[in-house]
Write a protein that binds this ligand. Structure first.
Ligand code: NAG
Ligand code: NAG
Ligand code: NAG
Ligand code: NAG
Ligand code: NAG
Ligand code: NAG
Length: 398
């Protein structure tokens, strides 16, 4: 009965056109309400913005700026649409300005292991040599290195791994200014030493212009001027990481059977800790998750991980990338487990010249008399004689 009555009335109203008017009124009211709400939201947001500006200006100006002056300043969200910011982001991605970061080692290795699949770079790339210093604190021979690098900006990058508690920062004019990377404690001969080397490599890999990576200690000196060393490394089609099979107890004798079958005795290699790697080899080293844990667990003193891990890894993974020789000269003639340390009175022209040209080796499949580019170990008191002799002998920039 009731439903019937209602439907009749509706039909009547529709006929009268009254229903149409009612819907129009409801529609208009909804629109008005919506506008009111939107207006309130905008007003609220605007107020916050103005209040922020007021707070910002109040200490400087007793009279807060008028609405109009705040309105003319750009809205903070607008910057997201600026396309030159995107280029800025690429710059930051291919060459992070600040070396300091809060990535864990795991995060750092993962990020550094990324390789572009487009071979050509969308920017002009000047190849650089990364000089990676593994030190405890201050570099005693820094003044010599400053002279070495002087005038070659843009062709090198420097990375320092120090004791974590060492926080001294050299003056802004120094090439070592703000070049420390986040570092951890290093125990000589143990896995933490390899961790430091991988950390140096990974940080240096973040700069896509770094093409060659040299590991150096605080007692190292250069044997040639920058241009000679740069050209030697940049033009070499192989890296300089020494590997050899040493049948003696201090070689094969350090192999641990528990490494089998991943690493066999015939895989086992020895070599100098002081290596040079090109980008491809550097990425192979920091990407290794297969051999590293085996060494960490089964190569402890008297097995020195820094003498066996990289030579064995490279022989297993990419033997053709290295020339199997090191470019850092060390004097082991004294015997024992430590090389000779040179003091003030040992340093003279004849001595340096004998290391610079006293050897024969192959370079890009040809004979060369330049075999070593760096030498160690030089005591801090060799700085004065080195500063006297080196600039002229090595041909540093005047
Ligand atoms: C984009 O940002 C740059 C600086 O970051 C600025 O010079 C330029 O005027 C901005 N362009 C636009 C359209 O906002
Ligand atoms: C590595 O070099 C040797 C010669 O030295 C060659 O016979 C071999 O095919 C090379 N291997 C690769 C993977 O390029
Ligand atoms: C370096 O040694 C490995 C094996 O230890 C060998 O495969 C490779 O060809 C050697 N490279 C050179 C340049 O002699
Ligand atoms: C290097 O090779 C040259 C020419 O073959 C030879 O005269 C010289 O004695 C060699 N030097 C050494 C240290 O073997
Ligand atoms: C390195 O370059 C030399 C000369 O250009 C060439 O003979 C040699 O095969 C190259 N070696 C490798 C491993 O590419
Ligand atoms: C570097 O030394 C070489 C010879 O060893 C010399 O020919 C060259 O001019 C020197 N470069 C500079 C920039 O002094």
């Amino acid at each position: 009965m009731l439903v019937n009555e209602l439907s009749i009335r509706i039909r009547k109203e529709v006929r009268d056109g009254r229903f149409q008017v009612a819907t129009t009124i409801v529609f208009c009211l909804s629109i008005a309400f919506l506008l009111l709400v939107v207006g309130m939201i905008i007003n609220d947001h605007f107020k916050k913005f103005v209040i922020y500006e007021d707070l910002h200006f109040s200490p400087l100006n007793a009279f807060p700026p008028l609405y109009s002056s705040s309105v003319s300043s750009p809205h903070p969200y607008m910057r997201q649409c600026n396309s030159s910011d995107a280029i800025h982001e690429l710059k930051e991605w291919i060459s992070p300005k600040d070396l300091w970061h809060s990535m864990s080692d795991e995060e750092l290795m993962w990020r550094a292991s990324m390789v572009p699949r487009i071979i050509e770079y969308p920017f002009s790339r000047t190849r650089k040599v990364a000089f990676m210093f593994l030190t405890r604190g201050r570099l005693p021979l820094a003044p010599l290195w400053e002279l070495f690098f002087n005038g070659h900006e843009g062709l090198f990058s420097i990375y320092l791994h120090t004791l974590p508690e060492f926080t001294h920062e050299p003056p802004e004019s120094s090439v070592f200014y703000k070049r420390r990377i986040p570092s951890k404690l290093v125990q000589w001969g143990r896995a933490t030493m390899i961790d430091a080397e991988r950390r140096l490599l990974a940080n240096a890999l973040l700069d896509f212009s770094n093409e060659r990576f040299v590991l150096l200690s605080e007692t190292c000196i250069p044997l040639f001027n920058f241009s000679t060393i740069y050209n030697y490394l940049i033009n070499s089609n192989q890296s300089f990481l020494s590997t050899f099979d040493d049948p003696r107890p201090i070689g094969r004798g350090r192999y641990n059977k528990r490494m089998w079958p991943t690493i066999t005795l015939s895989d086992w290699r020895k070599g100098s800790q002081w290596f040079e790697a090109n980008r491809e080899l550097a990425i192979a080293i920091i990407s290794d998750v297969t051999y590293y844990p085996i060494f960490r667990n089964h190569c402890m003193p008297p097995c020195y991980m820094d003498e066996h891990y990289l030579p064995t890894l490279v022989t297993k993974v990419c033997p053709n990338l290295t020339s199997n020789r090191t470019i850092t000269w060390t004097d082991w003639s004294g015997g024992g487990s430590h090389p000779n340390m040179f003091k003030r009175n040992d340093v003279n022209k004849g001595f340096l010249e004998s290391i610079r040209s006293g050897f024969n080796c192959t370079y890009n499949s040809e004979m060369s008399s330049i075999c070593f580019l760096f030498a160690r170990k030089f005591h801090p008191n060799t700085l004065q004689p080195l500063l006297m002799i080196a600039p002229k002998l090595l041909g540093f920039n005047p």
